[in-house]
Each structure stands twice: as C-alpha cells, then as structure tokens.
Ligand binder design. Structure first.
Ligand SMILES: [Zn+2]
Length: 77
C-alpha cells in the first residue's frame, strides 16, 4: 500500500493548500491567499481508502491516548 492510495494531492490548488490563481497577482495579494476550500488548506484530500483507514485507527488512537494519560496520572500519585 502506498501513501498515494490513502491521500491524493488536491487538484484545485495542486497541493499548495491555497486557493488557485492568487499567485499571478503579485506579492501583495499573495499574502492574502485564502486556504483552498476543497482541501481546507491541507493540500490533499483523503481517498475513500484513507477515509476508511482513519475511521479504523481513530478509536485505537483515542484508546492509546486515554491509557497514556491514565498512566501519567497514576505515576503522579
Ligand atoms: Zn486544495
């Protein structure tokens, strides 16, 4: 499995994370670039497979974090 199976570069902004077209406007306006609405500024989107994998792993990660926090609070006692 490749990472490209899980996420794909956003086509709207070509992976920049910003709204396309602003570069052509020069330095002043490029500072005002807005986050790309298609990928929320991440520059990529999850594929269906990536989405499913994230849903699978998410509860496990949450459990791991919960355990970690519990261990910490036990050590402090
Ligand atoms: Zn984008």
């Amino acid at each position: 499995m490749l990472i490209s199976d899980l996420k794909k570069t956003c086509l709207k902004c070509a992976g920049s994370g910003f709204q396309a077209g602003y570069d052509e406007w020069g330095s002043i306006k490029s500072n005002l670039r807005k986050a790309c609405p298609a990928c929320s500024g991440k520059g990529y989107n999850l594929t269906d497979l990536g989405e499913n994998l994230w849903k699978l792993y998410r509860p496990m990660l949450q459990e791991l974090i919960r355990e970690e926090l519990q261990n910490k609070s036990t050590l402090q006692k």
